[in-house]
Ligand binder design. Structure first.
Ligand code: SF4
Ligand code: SF4
Length: 695
């Protein structure tokens, strides 16, 4: 019956999944939330009106201006770094950065993080993200790069870790793309001698030529006509000279050093060279301060070089260059990304005979070759830092997992020694509750299952799951253990809340509290609750993660383990009720309510081995194990339901204990009763090995 029910639930869920996924996927890649001008001003710590301009360049974001003055940049961690939280949903943090590369403000815009929604106060989250204010991306002092960073919040390691990772990666990407970080993304270290032709061949310097005849046609009708011919109207060259291989070869070591030293942080240097009739500088710049003949276009940004960042270069140092009449060096502002393609435009104008202006534009596209791009700075991934920091915790968990593996492999010999089993079991459960649960916060949750399913749809990222080493180790072990032993490997031994229930029930039994036996038919019908909760939480998460997280509050883990009962009274009361019920019905919560236990039972169907033994007499002559089973996983025919069994090994101890097992007692008394005639036992819910020992 249970199998049929189980299949029905699974079928309903699987048939609904495509629709759920379709509906959900549209929510998975939402647009980043745009900042308002007020928000931008606040994050950049500026009084007064600002305007915010969207920038859809390679690293998208927003530029904030006050009149013509650039005040800073904004970027979304969801848009730039694709930050996905513990829930598998976008974790969108808006960060503001000054033109000098200092983070001036951070705001959490959107998230579906369970622990942030229901577990941590708004003040704590605000304090945490505010801790990034002041971080300086241009600070490369070893050991203190950027300045101190706030520690991730221990009860929300994954969520706050993802926030941290997203902020740092996005800020760096933004700083590099906007040319703020020293080097502007251009390699300023490597130098190879090269001559003019080599630079042209590499594409480090590009050129274009317009003949007099071409210009004469384009400017036909000019009052002072351009005379046709093969000579140069203009031969124009340009290149970004930040890289020594380009700049030092072109300018010579001294001039190159002076050029770099004069560059403000985040700026890059553009050399423009020309020869021919048409000057690229003209003379108006002396009056206006702007070289209006020249325009740099990059995507939707235009920039005219100004006199402030201009230097006249008299001659090139490179060998093999042609004779060049005009050489200009300009500081390019951070708004032009030298690592991205841009176009240099030279505008040539003439007065027409009619008095109008005739114009022609000479375009020179430029794309700095990739060998001159600096390898992006990649700080050590956060998950690796956390693993190093949590060495002791991971060591303890690894130790527990090794011990458990030994126990499970040696179960046959352990279960023949009831005292050893009891000592091992109680001490392991106590360690699970106290060390794994209360100290290391190693409680798995159905929310992680939901997060995992969502991550499969949105793009699985190991980094997100590696941020919490204890949880990662547990899930890895459980995933493998499910194949060998079923869900019991977690529920029976590694679940802190399960351990707490079992310990409390053991105390209750010691104190003589009478246990309630739930009639088998009702017991089996109550299982529906936990499976329904599991399917409900997963399905709901595709419609509303927030609502799913609220439904997941049916798990008492956050209250009892993560928050150690320091929570609003309704949550605490709920846990107390569950634990009280568990004093009368062993593992009451595991039996009927736990959605995680239900979720783990599904892959338990894949279990390859059966380690638990049964005697032919089980369920027919004797029902002791059935009454003693920790979770009521043995039916009236003596069969073990692998979906329910938590692998406590109690039934195995009983069947090996000559003081408990009636079959062994009878054998010990030398009973002459002949063994029962073979009876065909109906196929068990999950096949179990039948004890090879003669009855
Ligand atoms: S059923 Fe739930 S509470 Fe019980 S041991 Fe398993 S995961 Fe823990
Ligand atoms: S008593 Fe036996 S059947 Fe019951 S949970 Fe423990 S190992 Fe599983």
């Amino acid at each position: 019956m249970i199998n049929r029910l189980f299949c029905l639930i699974l079928l309903c869920f699987l048939s609904a999944l495509p629709a759920l996924a379709n509906n959900g996927i549209s929510q998975f890649a939402p647009e980043p939330l745009s900042p308002t001008p007020e928000m931008a001003a606040q994050l950049l710590q500026i009084d007064g009106p600002v305007h915010v301009i969207r920038d859809d360049s390679s690293v998208p974001g927003w530029s904030v201006f006050e009149g013509p003055n650039l005040l800073g940049y904004l970027g979304s961690t969801w848009e730039i770094a694709g930050s996905v939280g513990y829930s598998g949903r976008p974790l969108d943090v808006l960060l503001a950065m000054s033109p000098e590369g200092r983070i001036t403000g951070v705001q959490l815009m959107r998230h579906d993080e369970p622990i942030l929604t229901l577990g941590i106060s708004e003040t704590a989250i605000t304090q945490y993200v505010d801790g990034y204010t002041g971080y300086d991306l241009t600070d490369t002092t070893p050991g203190s790069e950027g300045g101190a960073l706030p520690d991730v919040i221990s009860r929300a390691t994954v969520s706050t870790g993802v926030i941290r990772d997203g902020i740092l990666r996005s800020a760096r990407a933004l700083a590099v793309a906007r040319g703020i970080v020293a080097g502007s993304g251009v390699d300023r270290i490597n130098y190879e001698p090269a001559d003019w032709d080599a630079l042209l061949a590499m594409g480090a310097v590009v050129g274009t030529r317009v003949s007099m005849s071409t210009a004469a046609d384009a400017l036909a009708g000019a009052k002072v006509p351009v005379l046709p011919g093969d000579d140069d109207f203009v031969h124009l060259w340009a290149g970004v000279v930040d890289s020594p291989t380009i700049g030092r070869n072109l300018l010579g070591p001294q001039e190159f050093a002076r050029t770099l030293a004069a560059l403000p942080t985040g700026h890059s240097a553009l050399i423009v060279m020309s020869t021919g009739l048409q000057s690229h500088r003209g003379t108006d710049w002396k009056r206006t301060g702007i070289f209006d003949r020249l325009t740099i276009r990059q995507q939707d940004r235009d920039w005219h070089p100004g006199v402030a960042g201009y230097r006249l270069i008299r001659r090139l140092a490179i060998s093999g260059s042609p004779e060049i009449r005009e050489i200009s060096l300009f500081d390019m502002p951070p708004t032009i990304d030298p690592t991205q393609p841009f176009t240099l435009e030279l505008r040539a104008t003439r007065v027409a005979r009619s008095g109008d202006e005739l114009a022609m534009t000479i375009s020179l596209p430029y794309d700095l070759p990739s060998e001159f791009h600096m390898a992006p700075y990649t700080p050590e991934p956060l998950w690796r830092q956390i693993w190093v920091k949590k060495k002791l915790a991971t060591g303890l968990v690894a130790g527990m997992l090794i011990i458990l593996t030994v126990i499970l492999f040696a179960q046959d010999s352990i279960t023949r020694r009831p005292r050893l089993w009891r000592a091992l079991r109680l001490s392991f459960l106590a360690t699970t509750f106290l060390v794994l649960g209360m100290v290391l916060n190693g409680q798995l949750s159905v929310v992680q299952v939901v997060a995992f399913l969502h991550s499969l749809l949105t793009g699985f990222r190991w980094e997100t799951f590696l941020i919490e080493p204890v949880i990662f180790l547990l899930w890895s072990f459980v995933a493998l253990g499910l194949l060998f032993w079923g869900r019991g490997v977690y529920c029976g031994w590694l679940c802190p809340f399960g351990a707490l229930q079992e310990i409390l029930n053991a105390v209750a039994q010691r104190l003589g509290i009478r246990q309630i036996t739930v009639p088998q038919p009702l017991h089996e019908r109550l299982w529906v609750l936990k499976y329904s909760l599991f399917v409900g939480i997963v399905a709901l998460s595709f419609y509303s993660m927030h609502d799913a997280l609220i439904l997941a509050e049916v798990e008492p883990f956050k209250t009892a383990i993560s928050m150690r009962f320091v929570r609003a009274w309704p949550f605490v009361l709920f846990v107390v009720v569950i634990l009280t019920a568990g004093l009368f019905i062993e593992r009451f919560y595991c039996r009927y309510l736990c959605p995680l236990g239900a979720g783990l039972a599904i892959p338990a169907k894949l279990k390859i081995f059966d380690w638990l033994h049964r005697r032919p007499q089980c369920g027919r002559e004797c029902r002791l194990c059935e009454t003693k089973c920790t979770v009521g996983a043995i039916d009236s025919l003596g069969r073990i339901n692998a979906n329910e069994c938590v692998l406590c090994l109690r039934c195995q101890v009983i069947m090996n204990d000559a003081t408990q097992c009636p079959v062994l007692k009878r054998r010990a008394r030398g009973a002459t009763t002949p063994p029962p005639a073979p009876v065909r036992v109906p196929a068990p819910t999950q096949p179990v090995a039948t004890d090879a020992v003669a009855p």
